[in-house]
Design a protein. Structure first.
Length: 318
């Protein structure tokens, strides 16, 4: 227990372990050892605090209902990164891309990482080279007094944006207001198979005086203005929300409630698989086919969103 040392009050995560298997998430998961923080996070970002089942050091999970969190980032130092490769003995290559940071006996010497990102990725994939390790420290813009949170990622996409992000953060008097987003990326292979994933994206927006502390509402289900005491059950009852008209955008956002409903019908266990199933028309049983027909219109909207991301590429959706 290292709670006596000041540090982040919680972590933002893009995935979790479910029965020992990693599961990618399409909304932010916040873990914290502080029950009050968990309750406030749930109040701000949706979801309910749950006891952490993974046996980690943090006790409370909040699976939020948002893919974008508006945050305050205290200058470029809040964004730390290095490249790291471990083996069973520990760290064997930690560098800044040019020089070793560790092991100690190699510190300051050229590390030999290739200059091109693609070459670095390949080396990492083959176990020869280090992976990015990025740490972002921030506060939630809507309630900075909650304390600092941390997000750790090995995202190559974010690593590729680091110098731009650092420059953007340098240009703004601290703290910078940013959006931290789990952005849906939809791809299709040459054979027409669709797949998608989420990538973390940090967008520097401006200073607190010029940017609202909350992101604008998205296509996700948001609480209606009228009080609705039945909402926010453990298993949210999907309301027949009609997503707003699609806007041409490089960022694809989808209606989470709709995806959940489609997942129930399609028997898929992740939003990614749901979209893939919607795209490819892979449906297991006849009764599911019938139900899919009823949902076709709605699922078609998911496919349309995906289609946008594919920029008019071949889709096997019928
Ligand atoms: Zn290196």
């Amino acid at each position: 227990m290292t709670q006596s040392t000041p540090g982040p009050v919680g972590r933002f995560r893009t995935g979790r372990l479910v029965e020992g298997r990693p599961q990618a998430l399409d909304v932010w998961l916040v873990t914290t050892h502080d029950a009050e923080v968990a309750a406030r996070v749930a109040g701000l970002l949706g979801g309910r605090p749950q006891p952490n089942e993974g046996g980690e050091e943090l006790d409370h999970d909040v699976l939020t209902e948002v893919e974008t969190v508006r945050v305050l980032v205290d200058g470029p130092d809040a964004l730390a990164s290095h490249m790291i490769l471990r083996d069973s003995t520990g760290i064997i290559h930690q560098c800044d891309g040019l020089e070793f940071l560790s092991p100690e006996e190699k510190k300051g010497r050229p590390c030999g990482c290739p200059p091109l990102f693609e070459d670095r990725k390949l080396a990492a994939k083959e176990g020869r080279g280090p992976m990015p390790s990025i740490s972002l420290t921030f506060r939630i813009a809507a309630e900075p007094a909650l304390g600092e949170f941390r997000f750790l990622t090995g995202s190559w996409q974010m690593a590729a944006q680091l110098s731009d992000l650092t420059e953007a953060l340098e240009r703004i008097d601290s703290p910078a207001v940013c959006d931290l987003t789990l952005e849906l990326v939809v791809h299709t292979t040459r054979s027409g198979r669709g797949f998608c994933y989420r990538k973390p994206v940090l967008t520097v927006l401006g200073s607190p005086g010029t940017v609202a502390p909350q992101p604008p509402p998205t296509a996700e289900p948001t609480p209606a203005p009228a009080p609705s005491p039945r909402r926010r059950r453990a298993r949210p009852v999907p309301e027949p929300a009609i997503p707003p008209a699609l806007e041409p955008s490089q960022t694809v956002s989808v209606n989470v409630a709709l995806l959940r409903r489609a997942a129930e019908v399609l028997g898929t266990d992740s939003h990614e698989k749901t979209v893939i199933a919607a795209l490819t028309g892979v449906v297991a049983g006849q009764h599911q086919t019938a139900e899919l027909l009823r949902l076709r219109e709605q699922v078609g909207q998911i496919a349309a969103l995906a289609g946008q991301a594919l920029q008019g590429g071949d889709s096997s959706l019928t």
